[in-house]
Structure formats: C-alpha cells, structure tokens
Design a binder for this molecule. Structure first.
Ligand code: B16
Ligand code: MG
Length: 229
C-alpha cells in the first residue's frame, strides 16, 4: 500500500480546546477592560498566541507596553494550562481515535501540525501522543498559518513529499496553508466557513474508510475535489 502522510491540526480537529482558549482570553480581556465575545474567539482559531493578543488589543482599541504584553501572555497561558491539566481521553472528538487507528492499520504516516505551543502536553493528557510519527507545533515554526511552514515541516519530518500529504484542519488559515503547501486539504467543520478546502466533513464520523482508502491509493486527489464523495 502506498505511504501517505496524514497531518492533523490539534485544536478543533483532535480536541476542542477552543472553549478553554475562550475562557482564558475572556478573563484576560476583561482584566484590561476589553469586551470579548465567542464570535471574536472564532477568529482566533489557528492564530498564534502573540497574534491573538494583538487582535484582542486591536478590537479593544487599546495598547500595552512590551513588558505588560509579555506578562499578560504568560498569565493567559497559565490560566489556559489550568484547564488543560484536567483534560483526559474523554475529550477526544468523535471518531478521531478510530481514524488514527485505521491509518496505523493501513501503515500510513501520521503527524501533528498545530500552531499551539502546548500541543505536546495536550496529546499526552488525552493519551494520543504514541500514535504520531512526528509532531510539529508552535515551538517549531517561525511563521503562522496561513503560511505553510508548519505543514511543510510535518511532511519533511515524515520524509514525504508535500504532494503525498493530507491535512485535516478546522480553520480557514489552516486550509489555506495546506493548499499553499500543495497538500490535499480536508476541512473538519462548517462547509460555509471551510469552502476553500478540497473536501469537507462535519466531523470524523462522516468520513468513511472507503474515502480514506481512496486517498491512500490516489483514486481521490486534489484534482478530484468537489466531486461527490
Ligand atoms: P497556544 P491549532 C491553535 O491551535 C489554536 O486554534 C489557537 O486558538 C491558539 O491561539 C494557538 O493554537 C496557539 O496556542 O497558546 O497553546 O500556543 O488549531 O493550530 O492546533
Ligand atoms: Mg485548529
């Protein structure tokens, strides 16, 4: 069987940590007198920690000294980690474990491609780290999605060409990054939001084993996108 590289985003694909980012960013925003809504939180999906705080300051039309900025980022992360520390395998999103096991059964390569600097501890918390051949996270890249760096590094870590890689992503920036990297982009989430993806599924329960096998064999590729699956 051909070997392909399956690269998973973390937040919104494997686990829903967006709800914990929301609680921590909301606390931070309120502490500096800035409002923060769930809609704004949506716009921070896939966005780096630094850029997220910059955006919150822009929305609140306010600014901070460099020292305050660093201090608040550290506080936000401390708060976020207090939620992460309570996570366990029950927080893995539906059918993710089964999909990973099926890929392993098919002898495929698996990588993580996440913007989060907390990706490794999160994977350990939910007990999935042993399923990954490579992990590329926010500590390993200098350019944030939609730059393809995180996924290109993932392909390199797996020893595969980008064209032989497939990305599962829940953010628009992540889908754009995968497309720029010339990888098959698979959106996990809302069709209206992720329309730039080659293929879109509401979640992994909707993705058949036949679809995965067709991707592995090359029957389905970037050119087959938008055909009925
Ligand atoms: P951290 P992903 C992203 O994870 C989150 O979607 C985004 O909201 C967060 O700001 C970013 O990680 C950085 O996270 O503060 O833990 O370094 O979707 O790329 O897995
Ligand atoms: Mg994500």
């Amino acid at each position: 069987m051909t070997k392909k590289g399956f690269i998973f985003d973390l937040d919104g694909v494997i686990v829903d940590t967006a709800k914990y980012h929301f609680l921590a960013w909301k606390k931070l925003a309120h502490s500096i007198g800035v409002d923060f809504t769930e809609t704004q939180n949506e716009q921070l999906k896939g966005v780096s920690r630094v850029r997220s705080l910059e955006k919150i300051l822009e929305w609140g039309n306010t600014s901070l000294s460099e020292a305050e900025f660093q201090n608040l980022m550290a506080k936000k992360n401390e708060d976020y980690l207090s939620y992460i520390n309570k996570m366990d395998a029950s927080e893995i999103l539906p059918h993710v474990s089964q999909t990973l096991d099926f890929l392993i059964e098919c002898n495929q390569s698996i990588a993580l491609g996440s913007a989060s600097k907390n990706a490794r501890p999160i994977l350990e918390k939910v007990n999935l780290h042993s399923k990954f051949d490579a992990i590329v996270d926010g500590n390993d890249v200098s350019k944030a999605k939609p730059d393809p760096e995180v996924f290109l590094n993932g392909a390199k870590a797996l020893g595969l060409e980008p064209k032989d890689c497939i990305v599962f992503e829940d953010s628009v920036a992540g889908i754009q990054a995968a497309n720029t990297a010339d990888m098959i982009s698979i959106g996990i989430g809302d069709q209206n939001v992720l329309h730039e993806a080659d293929f879109i599924f509401k979640d992994f329960t909707e993705m058949s084993q036949e679809f995965i096998l067709d991707i592995i064999s090359g029957t389905i590729d970037k050119q087959t996108k938008n055909t009925s699956i």
